[in-house]
Design a protein around this ligand. Structure first.
Ligand SMILES: Nc1ncnc2c1ncn2[C@@H]1O[C@H](COP(=O)(O)OP(=O)(O)OP(=O)(O)O)[C@@H](O)[C@H]1O
Length: 258
């Protein structure tokens, strides 16, 4: 590919105390791609994401984002990435508008722009009547919608989503999938971590599978299908070594002593 990668990860290692969690990740992401980043629980997805968005500085290896070294340009890069976490700490005592003013300021947005975009985005999610209510009464999905707005409101070039659909109802899932497609059409790059195989299969241009801190597959869904299985669930089970899943379920129920 001729284009320069928008994200380039070289020999990324990360330890937590004695435990090595990322074991030499190499990955180039190109502008306008939707990358589905999948892997079993504890594989290292969120750790990769936290490195990418500048939250974890003490890693080994080289990470370049938007052509710049992440270590040397952390603040600038942070401003150009939108991060949508699963269940982040959200300040319950604030209203969505107050929270979005707070996060918008972190991205150097002015009050008028925050007010305008936040109002429109809250309305798009059907939260216009709740925009000045404290979030301590909000459901999980309502909070998640506020987090999604907070990650996109500054119109970032790269959007990193770590299991963003958690708690959303079926309609909101459809809306978020559509938002991802529209962002892609605008040329944004999307790094999408999820366990929802059906969604990853549908929205991703390229799927990267990480297991035990290492990339074990990287390609389009069609490419992975050729060698590893028909559905993404099968591909996942095959490559992560858990092929006897119903055996695990049997063991679990047998443990109840029936
Ligand atoms: N702050 C931390 N301190 C120590 N160990 C950690 C810390 N954060 C993550 N880990 C460990 O690093 C490993 C990878 O965790 P990570 O959250 O990156 O996995 P993941 O692929 O996102 O998993 P999941 O699908 O369950 O969210 C796990 O073994 C986890 O226990």
């Amino acid at each position: 590919m001729d284009t320069q990668p928008i994200i380039s990860i070289r020999n990324l290692y990360k330890n937590y105390d004695q435990k090595q969690v990322l074991k030499g990740i190499n990955l180039d992401v190109y502008p306008g791609q939707i990358i589905g980043y999948i892997g079993p629980n504890g594989a290292g997805k969120s750790t990769t994401v936290k490195v990418l968005i500048g939250l974890l500085g003490d890693f080994e290896g080289e990470v370049t984002v938007l052509g710049k070294d992440l270590r040397e340009n952390t603040l600038e890069i942070k401003r150009r990435i939108g991060y949508i976490p699963e269940n982040a700490e959200i300040y319950d005592m604030l209203t969505p508008m107050e929270y979005l003013h707070f996060t918008g300021k972190l991205y150097d947005m002015d009050d008028e722009q925050i007010e305008e975009r936040a109002s429109k985005m809250l309305a798009a999610f059907g939260l216009q009547n709740e925009k000045d209510h404290r979030m301590d009464t909000f459901s999980k999905g309502m909070r998640q919608k506020v987090l999604i707005i907070s990650g996109l409101m500054h119109n970032p070039q790269i959007v990193v989503l770590d299991e963003p659909l958690s708690g959303l109802d079926a309609n909101a899932v459809i809306i978020v999938k559509e938002i991802m497609s529209l962002l892609k059409r605008e040329g944004k790059t999307i790094f999408y971590c999820s366990h929802m195989m059906d969604v990853v299969e549908k929205v991703s241009d390229r799927i990267v599978l990480i297991n035990n801190g290492q990339i074990v597959a990287d390609g389009t869904f069609e490419q992975l299908q050729q060698t590893e299985g028909d559905t993404l669930e099968q591909i996942f089970a095959h490559l992560t070594g858990d092929q006897n899943l119903s055996g695990v379920a049997d063991d679990f129920i047998n443990a109840l002593g029936k």
